[in-house]
Design a binder for this molecule. Structure first.
Ligand code: GTP
Ligand code: SPV
Ligand code: MN
Length: 662
């Protein structure tokens, strides 16, 4: 059993300090679910690492949770209800049963790793089928210009949503079990943490939620003690007996996918997809869409950001949060192995940051998640050794390719395929190197416990979070956008976030390499009107607060040969070194029309193996920036219209003037 006990591996692998997660220790009465072992150490957080399965009955749950289950069970009509306890035994039972159903395969080359192949119609988030419902449309999205389609989210009226829900969810769990998953986003009991209950008919989701969030019945104690919870309902939309043929044994209803949110009720209802952000509802649905609405109400920030700790060779440490759109390098930066000697990067989180000012006016951030749902292609021992080490145990892979010796494979893994080893693609077809087809889907992922990552920060589970000194925005910009620049001040920084653009990636349904607007890397994740979100960001800058510096980076500029100019990955430390210096008061920047650029020689190139054309990397072509400014203006005029804060409009005008006089 030891080999398959995810939880004991997790806790054993963590430094002692990082294991103490339950901030409530000593203050909360564990009424409903006393831990078997009354030892204080166990009550203080290791309880979620319990091994043995317990039978929990609905009647034992807090009344509000019972009521929620009753309501949804009568709608979805499952055959059974199972309350998850998050134990290792329960998880293994789920994995074995998934294996029996043919939904996952064991990967004997590694320790407790599994492979799922989805229906090829269910491979990514579906933004066009993701809606927010509120009484007033303008609470959810800015009113676009007449005749223009709004692209800052999709609104649905409460009445339309009710109909859509009824149509989809009535009887959708017939013949299946409804799993009740009590989970915590953030360390249990922490002041920034929040709780959720996900009801799902997918064991794959239940198993993945256990990796991505903190699943434990202790959450029910907090709810019983008066804490609120976010209601998360999920169904793959394939009641039994099936009316549609299964593909890869992956139940889903791709034609009728609907990922819906009701911020007023803290409620999420997702139908038809079993994949990633559509089904692991703690992630984008809760931590970002619902989270951003709660954050706005309560005066904090819920953002699509990694959090990293950076220590310089003198031992001085700072924390940075960074927002890049999906599949633009957050996971890689968060656990990067720096190429410069003496520097250390430690990971707090790779995708989502919840940030709140403390009593001293410091912005403090937690990673509400407990695992990584990372992009597989491009991950290698060279580019991201820490991710490779993280996902070789207790990991669920989805849509990667499989080797005949029981391992995984994907584009950019950069490992030779041994003689006699065959590869089966994500589509379950024989695959040979050089084939036109992809071995792994471009959005194939590993789902692995964060605690296993060798680069985790000692404070990654600190309930109070880590202090943030800088915020970085970035995207995939093949042209015109320099490697790094700094905002003049907070207001300019908010403008830079608002005007972010990036090349489309495989993380959602968009094809091609189109440059899309993706303000704050949040376009698919805003829970409320982007104009109001901007007001909220502007309001952050209050006297008495330590306001982070803001930067913009671009690892993805391409030269005339179509290749990336900057080597990226571990070499990105050279950029972080400059940013670190700027946070520390170094005077090594020069003014440019778009922001502050590193002064000549300020980016350390010592020991860089390749010749990088720094001039090309930092060039600011006037024509490009005039066009860029026009694009941003058009976007604001058409999409944000009257909701655009004056401060942001003024920043745009100033940029335009500076660019025109270049
Ligand atoms: P989500 O999980 O979708 O939010 O993505 P993410 O922002 O965490 O992106 P991730 O770090 O997984 O990287 C996505 C892809 O970009 C992978 O294929 C990486 O190999 C590649 N990538 C990441 N960092 C760099 C870099 O510095 N340079 C280059 N050229 N590619 C990079
Ligand atoms: C993203 O798309 O930004 C992801 C993957 O992190 S998903 O969980 O599918 O949203
Ligand atoms: Mn993401």
């Amino acid at each position: 059993m030891a080999a398959i006990d995810v939880t004991s591996v997790q806790s054993a692998g963590l430094p002692k300090r990082a294991r103490k997660t339950d901030a409530s220790c000593g203050s909360m009465v564990h009424k409903l679910f006393p831990t078997h072992n009354s030892a204080r150490a166990i009550a203080c957080g290791i309880a979620r690492y319990q091994k043995t399965e317990r039978v929990i009955k609905v009647a034992q749950l807090p009344a509000s949770v019972q009521q929620y289950i009753d309501e949804k069970a009568s709608l979805c009509q499952p055959d059974e209800v199972h309350i998850c306890d998050g134990s290792a035994d329960e998880n293994m039972r789920f994995m074995k049963s998934l294996q029996k159903d043919g939904m996952i395969k064991a990967l004997p080359k590694y320790d407790n790793c599994w492979l799922a192949r989805t229906d090829p119609k269910d491979v990514a988030r579906v933004e066009s089928k993701t809606v927010i419902s509120s009484e007033k449309r303008s609470d959810t999205i800015p009113t676009p210009k007449d005749g223009v389609e709004g692209k800052l989210g999709y609104w649905m009226s409460p009445a339309d949503l009710q109909n859509a829900i009824k149509e989809r969810f009535t009887g959708c769990m017939q013949g299946r079990t409804m799993y009740v998953i009590p989970f915590s986003m953030g360390p249990l009991g922490g002041p920034i943490s929040k709780y959720g209950i996900e009801l799902t008919d997918s064991k794959y989701v239940a198993a993945s939620m256990r990796i991505m969030t903190r699943v434990t019945p202790r959450v029910l104690d907090y709810i019983d003690g008066g804490e609120d919870f976010v209601k998360c309902l999920h169904s793959v939309g394939a009641p039994l007996p099936l009316t549609r043929e299964l593909v890869n044994n992956w139940p889903c209803d791709p034609e009728n996918v609907l990922v819906s949110h009701i911020p007023a009720n803290n409620e999420i209802m997702s139908y038809g997809s079993g994949y990633g952000g559509n089904s692991l509802l703690g992630k984008k649905c809760f931590a970002l869409r619902i989270g951003s609405t709660i954050a706005k109400r309560e005066g904090w920030l819920a953002e699509h950001m990694l959090i990293l700790g950076i220590t310089n060779p003198e031992g001085k440490k700072k924390y940075i949060a960074a927002a890049f759109p999906s599949a633009c390098g957050k996971t890689n930066l968060a656990m990067m192995q720096p190429s410069l000697p003496g520097w250390k990067i430690e990971c707090v989180g790779d995708d989502i940051a919840w940030m709140k000012f403390d009593g001293e006016g410091r912005l403090r951030a937690i990673n509400p998640e407990n695992g990584f749902f990372g992009v597989a292609p491009g991950t290698s021992m060279k580019t991201n050794p820490n991710a490779m080490k993280t996902c070789m145990t207790n990991t669920v892979f989805t849509n990667v390719a499989e080797t005949s010796d029981g391992g995984v494979y994907w584009e950019g893994m950069d490992e030779p395929i041994p003689d006699g080893v065959d590869i089966t693609s994500w589509k379950n077809e024989k695959w040979t190197p050089g084939s036109e087809e992809l071995a792994a889907h471009a959005n194939s992922r590993f789902c692995a416990p964060a605690g296993q990552c060798p680069a985790m920060d000692a404070d990654w589970e600190s309930p109070d979070g880590v202090p943030i000194d800088a915020i970085i925005f970035g995207g995939r910009r093949p042209q015109g956008v320099p490697l790094v620049y700094e905002a003049f001040d907070w207001r300019h920084g908010v403008f830079i976030g608002a005007s972010m653009r990036s090349e489309a990636t495989a993380a959602a349904e968009f094809g091609g390499k189109k440059i899309m607007h993706d303000p704050f890397a949040m376009r698919p994740f805003f829970g409320y009107n982007f104009g109001h979100y901007l007001e909220h960001w502007l309001s952050i800058d209050k006297p008495g607060r330590h306001i982070p510096k803001v930067f913009h980076v671009n690892w993805f500029r391409k030269g005339a040969d179509g290749k990336f100019i900057w080597p990226g990955f571990g070499e990105n430390i050279r950029v972080l070194e400059w940013i670190f210096g700027r946070m520390d008061g170094a005077e090594n920047a020069v003014k440019s029309p778009i922001g502050l650029l590193p002064s000549e020689g300020a980016i350390n190139l010592d020991g860089l193996n390749e010749n990088v054309d720094m001039k090309e990397l930092f060039e600011l072509p006037k024509g490009f920036w005039q066009q860029e400014t026009e694009e941003i203006k058009k976007y604001f005029d058409e999409q944000v219209t009257t909701d655009l804060p004056t401060d942001v409009a003024q920043e745009l005008n100033s940029l335009k003037e500076r660019v025109d006089s270049m």
